[in-house]
Ligand binder design. Structure first.
Ligand code: HEC
Length: 121
């Protein structure tokens, strides 16, 4: 009886974590409206490079996009922490990059946006 109760609690905890993540992605998708004028998620470059599969790829490496020198010279790969820092303050994260976006001050919105960006495969 006791074991069954524990299992149920664990199952509930797991379920609520999964739901929370899904909510973050949905909220991030809404926040992405601020980025969509310049960034596609389908592999087409616009004013900015496509963000399809951005998580894990090297900074400034999407085929066919003309990046700034600063962006091309950045040697790391995008991950949650790097994306979060860049979205918070693009010029502080990669000085000299030319993205015309001053940064997203809301930490919750940034976290949601990163969850959404990581969901783009
Ligand atoms: C007005 C156009 C514009 C808007 C709005 C914009 N970006 Fe960008 N973004 C760019 C440009 C241009 C670059 C390339 C900068 C460079 O080469 O220095 C870029 C680069 C990036 C990169 C690096 C991609 C790579 O291939 O390494 C990420 C990540 C990114 N933007 C995320 C975002 C997010 C998230 C938002 C919304 C919160 C956003 N951008 C809003 C124009 C924009």
């Amino acid at each position: 009886m006791r074991t069954a109760l524990h299992l149920t609690t664990a199952a509930w905890a797991l379920l609520s974590i999964t739901t929370a993540q899904a909510q973050d992605v949905a909220a991030g998708k809404a926040a992405f409206a601020q980025c969509a004028a310049c960034h596609s998620i389908d592999g087409t470059n616009g004013a900015g490079p496509s963000l399809q599969g951005v998580d894990g790829r090297k900074v400034g490496s999407f085929p066919g996009f003309r990046y700034s020198r600063a962006m091309k010279a950045t040697a790391y790969n995008w991950d949650a922490a790097k994306l979060e820092a860049y979205i918070a303050n693009p010029q502080a994260a990669i000085p000299g990059n030319v993205m015309p976006f001053s940064g997203l001050p809301d930490a919750k919105q940034r976290a949601d946006l990163v969850a959404y960006l990581q969901s783009l495969k």
